[in-house]
Design a protein around this ligand. Structure first.
Ligand code: URP
Ligand code: ZN
Ligand code: ZN
Length: 460
């Protein structure tokens, strides 16, 4: 069966043109005038833009964290992502201390197996950098997982020492892997947290007050310096702070293979959200935290000028009821993370394209093409071209959409962007040639999502 899409305007990171699409076997077979002749079914995309399906390079489905588990799994998470135009999620498998890398990765394969509603790839969190882990990175990469996240935060759980980080950078550099860094000075933050608690400060806002932006800037600078010495590329995840953006910008200006990611929450929300009444500030407890507005403006500017390369979500949802509530009397016990996988493309189109910060092509680049390239999924994912997977978003730029927990598909009882109306509306979503979202209807099924192997890192 061939699927045809006619009369649409195809938009990639570099092109914009009117053409028809012919899709066979889940891949784009042909693009051009009349190529959909004989296809059944045929979708009429008149008046619509057709983007590549989004690639969210940072999700946490079924992540055990802070004594609970993130509330979207591989069934609900990718489905919600698809409603928001994201057809590939790169999730973080976790090696906990005392485990092998293989044990960590296998646990995440098991979570996705038979359940995933959309395509997925994996990064692997390395909590235990030791000789065995370093040796095992090779076979993990041979199995299609080529990026490894390390932490400069969360002492006792995930934090690695500078020496461990440096060894992992050297090893990744020699294997063609990519180290991702959670860059916050966790040791300093830990002291500030203990001091705040000792002073009787328990409210959610203290989560932010004990994680100053300079702790992120310092760690980002240090991580980049270690990568430079190791002659390895580095990717800084979930960047929030002007100081961190400055460090990445300076490194890129010197030609280093340094990449920065930010997330919609750091562009659209701010420190003021922590001051919402009662315990509402807990909705925004994530690490690093939301910052003062000027940091958000700096991040937008970094996206405009290619100082930052990717917008991902760090989707890590916890319900207010029974999950965020774990920290009602102690901000440090609030599980860290927030939802967003469904809203990333909507928000970025609105704030980026509709509000005139950048063009459609830059929008596609930072939401799909760049993450696909950096994490070895391109050109299968991240573009619209013959031979690429037919992952497509049919988008009405004249429509609007109001974000709300009442209508979203994420398995979480609040939405950080509640009530915002965004310009543009996702009408249909095709994943590997299958129409999975048609307006409000979900047409996919559990188990349809495939694991997508990542190729080793090549310079982007
Ligand atoms: O608060 C966050 N970011 N939770 C998810 C874990 C992480 O550090 O990415
Ligand atoms: Zn992190
Ligand atoms: Zn994360």
């Amino acid at each position: 069966m061939s699927l045809g899409i006619v009369n649409g305007t195809i938009v990639t990171a570099v092109d914009r043109y009117s053409a028809d699409l012919r899709i066979e076997g889940g891949r784009i077979a042909a693009i051009g005038t009349g190529v959909a002749a004989g296809c059944d079914p045929v979708i009429d995309a008149k008046g619509l833009l057709i983007f590549p399906g989004g690639v969210d390079a940072h999700t946490h489905f079924s992540l055990p964290f802070g004594g609970t588990m993130s509330s979207d799994d591989f069934e609900t998470g990718p489905r919600a992502a698809a409603f928001g135009g994201t057809t590939t999620c790169i999730d973080f498998a976790v090696q906990y201390k005392g485990q092998s890398l293989r044990q960590g990765l296998d646990a995440w394969f098991a979570k996705a197996e038979g359940k995933a509603t959309g395509d997925y790839a994996f990064h692997l969190i390395v909590a235990d950098v030791n000789e065995q882990s370093l040796a095992d990175m090779k076979s993990i990469m041979e199995d299609g997982v080529t990026s490894f996240k390390l932490f400069m935060a969360y002492p006792g759980v995930f934090l690695s020492s500078d020496g461990e980080i440096f060894r992992a950078l050297q090893r990744a550099g020699e294997l063609g892997g990519l180290i991702q860094m959670h860059a916050e000075n966790g040791s300093v933050i830990d002291v500030l947290v203990q001091q705040a608690l000792a002073a009787g400060h328990t409210a959610p806002v203290y989560h932010a007050l004990t994680r100053p932006s300079i702790a992120e800037g310092e760690a980002t600078h240090r991580a980049i310096a270690m990568a430079e010495i190791a002659q390895a590329p580095i990717y800084i995840v979930h960047m929030t702070a002007a100081e961190a953006a400055d460090a990445v910008a300076a490194a890129r200006a010197r030609g280093l293979a340094v990449y920065g990611e930010t997330c919609p929450q750091y562009l659209f929300l701010s420190h003021e959200n922590y001051l919402e009444p009662g315990f509402q500030g807990a909705k925004y407890v994530m690490s690093p935290p939301l910052r003062a507005r000027e940091h958000g403006e700096r991040l937008w500017r970094a996206l405009q000028t290619d100082q930052l390369s990717v917008v991902a979500t760090d989707h890590c949802p916890f319900c207010m009821k029974e999950q965020k509530e774990l920290g009602k009397d102690n901000f440090a016990a609030i599980p860290n993370g927030a939802p967003g996988v469904e809203n990333r493309m909507q928000l970025l189109y609105h704030g980026g394209v509709a509000e005139g910060r950048f063009d459609l092509h830059r929008f596609v680049q930072i939401t799909a093409t760049n993450p696909a390239k950096i994490f070895g999924l391109f050109p299968r994912k991240g573009t619209i071209a013959p031979g690429s997977d037919a992952d497509l978003v049919l988008f009405d730029p004249a429509g609007t959409h109001t974000i709300s927990a009442r209508t979203h598909h994420m398995n979480v009882d609040y939405n950080p962007y509640e009530g915002r109306t965004v310009q543009g509306r996702i009408m249909k979503v095709v994943s590997r040639g299958e129409l999975v979202v048609d307006g409000d209807r979900w047409l996919g099924r559990a188990g349809r999502g495939q694991f997508i192997r990542s190729a080793p890192f090549t310079r982007v």
